[in-house]
Design a protein around this ligand. Sequence first.
Ligand SMILES: [Zn+2]
Length: 225
Amino acid sequence: MDLTRVIEELGIEEKRIIKVKYSGHFKNFNANAKYNADKIEFNLSRQWKDIDKDIQVGLIQSLIVKIKKIRNIKTEDMKLYESFMKNLSKYAKKHTYDKELEESYERVNENMFQGMMDKPNLIFASESFNKLGSYEYSSDTIFMSTIFKDLPLNEKRFLDYVMYHELLHKKHSFNIKNGKHHAHTTAFREDEKRFNVSEQELTQWLRKKRRGFRLLDWGVISKHL
Ligand SMILES: [Zn+2]
């Protein structure tokens, strides 16, 4: 890969050594970056190897922009990368639905999206109070914390609230899967407010459910939602 071009197109200075490796440790099209004062190393899942070089350049540029917290730069390659990732979710195999999550999705789709939202894969992940849910663009999957399993009817709205949040990620944008970037734009937050549960109510509910555990602080919850 032409790494000089990666930097030049961004119009920035970068004196660190840049390396790109393909690794079998990632699923799907995940990637991450490790860096210190001397070098930046990009690790891409092996699936990236066969993908068009321009799109890979766009991926690396997108990661650099995140690392260096640069705003307002979007190269042609970054646009290519974004549409590649968006199209991936369209063609991702869809066949894994947990029954309870499917019911939640159907309620939310009906009430909040006028039935227009495509159903992603819906899977219970692990028992976590920190990470309530997540949406993985590359496999079009919502992962939900198991703390939302078997809720009494009057509490299912908290599951639906997190379901709605994750479906908004599907609607609005995609996450770069290095765990750093969340697409909570202003438009996203405006949409989110339309739901009849507030983040405060959710926090209170979590607090009750988490009796005996350390209270979560507000920032932690919203960051990982
Ligand atoms: Zn989120």
